[in-house]
Ligand binder design. Structure first.
Ligand code: JCF
Length: 679
């Protein structure tokens, strides 16, 4: 019995280590979460019966132990290095010349090129295959023991994948917080009025310095390894690149963008390429690192103080810069939401010149204690709107002005109201407010809505300002003469716009629902409503309970939909739009297949697919029995990710949701007996 238990414990641990690796390191799980949970529960039960058999490298031991009093110090027998920086091509060329001179070679050198992650450097120590310690870099020689926090990170293996592991293996790497996790963490903190972190690096560092590992466990941290420390009993390959591959086989996460390049030109090409990719990566990088690939050449080159001669960090433009807040404007959104917008002295940050940043709402302004005239730190990273992250109080001028929410809408003069318990203030003017009308019409005409080509934002603003258009329905009554009479509008463009307006009458029900601009009804929700109810009539007359039957529709969205269709004004516009001839084909719902790996799963599509359009992929998934939703949440079972997948992929990675690539997706669709369009 007992020996059976022991064998079962070992089997379960081995299986769970493997599943953990597939899930967190490879992003390619082979079993459903529920099965993983069952195996884990079984192991926990057995370990509870035999506490004497619990080892620190058991998969059950990620979060455990009481909060610490403080962190012990750790000596790095092999120092943790820092890197010299290159800020431009001249610096890189000079470095290249220095090392080729020193090596007395004219042959182009081979470099391992890596993204330089903006996180916290750590050293992970394994003894006989088991994770024993994680330490911060500290001053490079002495760091802090943060083992209990680091073991909560699932991408850190608790055991190496090897039958004959090295006696000692130290690996160095970077702990990062993906941008999506950082945004979500701050959003929650903001909602609770708590302190927010200024950037993902600070959030990662702060999480690792938590004395209570349970807090660290809730933070979505990730790790990539990029170097060795102390090694005993392991044959180290001859090159840096091969070493990283070998570390990958031992179960570590290696950045997929690391590759070999030849000569200085190869490095600079890599720099440019990563620079273009930078905004789309799910995490912050502050540059790239070039390393002489061959270890024998690294040895010849040696070090200057604590930085190696054989490596250099080529920095990207900073993602945070100082500038001055010159003014604050209050913008009125489509739904009347008033957003304070910072007008900044233009500053080059994150690769572009930024002159505006969001201040979110008045709570945020109070939290930052920001005033007009202040010197502020602006952050722009990824495709997130630039943010004011903090104020340099020491530089506040004597005449700095306090920012106040106006009492009246800057666009229409209606009262601005702020409901109890709501962070956002709103203009009460509704569609009387030209700002809201303009935003509503821009949304109506936009690409994913009615897709009226040539009807741009500026033109819509002019049309509203001139009183030619008041609601979206008026677009369909526009006359050629009215358009050509506008400044800078030739007869040809006028006719093209009229043609585009006429063409937009042929649409689809999901597009039309989306175009109406109902609060919180995005593309995915519009589609879900259309597919559930099939007709506009059915949606219009549905009550809240009926609306909540639709996937992803909760009480808030249901309330918005219901009240939209109750408003006489909206019904009037709706009638006019239909009278203008807007129409769509009936919604076709294919019979779902009986058996498929997608049956009953909630799936999110992201990125661009090369062999299918997004719509085709969606329809195939639905035929295969999946529910396709627009945003990644804990309820998502699977994310199908094409090229250049961005924040949704990041979020999936962070929530540990399985991700499938396009080829696997197509294979599985075929296996389910479905035909691809055009095949
Ligand atoms: O990603 C990084 N932050 C990073 C830091 C990558 C590297 O390859 C590094 C590093 C610091 C030192 N390599 C060394 C030697």
């Amino acid at each position: 019995m007992s020996s059976d238990d022991k064998a079962r414990i070992e089997t379960l641990r081995a299986e769970l280590h493997e599943h953990n690796y597939r899930y967190y390191v490879l992003d390619d799980p082979s079993i459903p979460d529920a099965e993983y949970d069952r195996l884990m529960a079984e192991l926990r039960a057995l370990e509870a019966r035999h506490p004497e058999w619990v080892t620190p490298d058991s998969p059950t031991q990620r979060v455990g132990g009481a909060p610490l009093e403080g962190f012990a110090t750790v000596e790095h027998r092999i120092p943790m290095l820092s890197l010299d920086n290159a800020f431009d091509e001249a610096d890189v060329n000079a470095w290249y010349k220095r090392i080729t001179d020193r090596l007395q070679t004219r042959d182009p050198l081979i470099f391992a090129c890596e993204p330089k992650l903006d996180g916290m450097a750590i050293s992970l120590r394994y003894e006989n295959g088991a994770f024993v310690r994680a330490a911060t870099r500290g001053d490079g020689t002495t760091g802090e023991d943060i083992t209990s926090n680091v073991r909560t990170i699932h991408a850190v293996p608790l055991r190496l994948r090897s039958d004959r592991p090295p006696a000692v293996l130290e690996v160095r790497g970077e702990i990062i917080m993906p941008r999506a996790a950082f945004e979500a963490l701050n959003e929650r903190a903001r909602a609770r009025g708590e302190k927010v972190f200024v950037n993902p690096r600070n959030a990662a560092a702060g999480s690792l310095r938590q004395l209570d590992p349970r807090v660290a466990a809730e933070r979505k941290l990730d790790v990539y390894v990029y170097a060795l420390g102390e090694v005993e009993g392991w044959t180290v390959p001859d090159t840096h690149f091969d070493t990283l591959q070998a570390l990958g086989e031992l179960g570590f996460r290696i950045n997929p963008h690391i590759r070999r390049e030849e000569g200085v030109q190869g490095c600079l090409d890599y720099y440019r390429e990563m620079g273009e990719l930078r905004d789309q990566l799910p995490y912050d990088i502050d540059g790239v690192v070039y390393k002489v690939d061959r270890f024998d050449l690294q040895q010849k080159l040696g070090f200057v103080s604590r930085a190696p001669r054989w490596a250099i960090a080529h920095k990207f433009p900073a993602q945070e810069e100082l500038t001055v807040l010159e003014d604050v404007d209050f913008q009125v959104g489509r739904t009347g939401k008033i957003t304070p917008v910072a007008r900044l002295r233009p500053v080059f940050v994150g690769g572009v010149t930024v002159s505006n940043a969001t201040l979110h709402n008045m709570d945020e302004i109070r939290r930052l204690d920001v005033r007009i005239g202040d010197t502020v730190i602006v952050r722009r990273a990824g495709d997130v709107i630039p943010q004011v992250v903090s104020v340099v109080k020491e530089r506040r001028p004597a005449d700095a002005r306090i920012i106040r929410m106006p009492e009246h809408c800057p666009e229409c003069g209606s009262d601005i109201i702020q409901l109890e318990g709501e962070a956002d203030a709103r203009c009460s003017g509704g569609l009387f407010c030209p700002a809201q009308r303009k935003e509503a019409i821009k949304h109506f005409a936009s690409r994913k809505a009615m897709d009226i080509e040539g009807l741009g934002d500026k033109l819509i603003e002019t049309l509203v300002d001139k009183g030619l258009v008041e609601t979206a329905a008026d677009l369909y009554a526009l006359k050629f003469e009215q358009l050509v009479s506008l400044e800078r509008m030739g007869p040809k463009s006028a006719q093209n716009i009229l043609d585009a307006i006429v063409a937009s009458r042929e649409t689809t029900l999901p597009r039309f629902i989306y175009a109406l601009g109902i609060r919180e009804v995005g593309e995915a929700t519009a589609r879900a409503l259309a597919e559930h109810f099939r007709t506009l009539d059915a949606i219009e007359t549905a009550d809240r309970d009926a609306l909540m039957q639709v996937p992803d529709v909760g009480p808030v969205v249901a309330g918005h939909v219901e009240s939209f269709f109750r408003q006489p004004h909206n019904r009037e516009i709706l009638d006019k739009l239909l009278d203008a001839g807007i129409h769509w084909p009936d919604i076709e719902v294919a019979e779902p297949v009986a058996e498929s790996p997608f049956l009953g799963k909630t799936v999110v599509l992201t990125g661009s697919l090369s062999q299918l359009t997004r719509d085709q992929a969606r329809s195939l998934l639905q035929q295969a029995g999946a529910k396709v939703t627009g945003s990644v949440s804990a309820k998502t079972d699977l994310v199908v990710a094409g090229e250049k997948a961005g924040s949704k992929l990041a979020k999936a990675e962070q929530l540990g949701i399985p991700v499938m690539d396009e080829n696997t997706f197509i294979d599985q669709i075929r296996e389910a007996g479905l035909a691809l369009p055009g095949t």
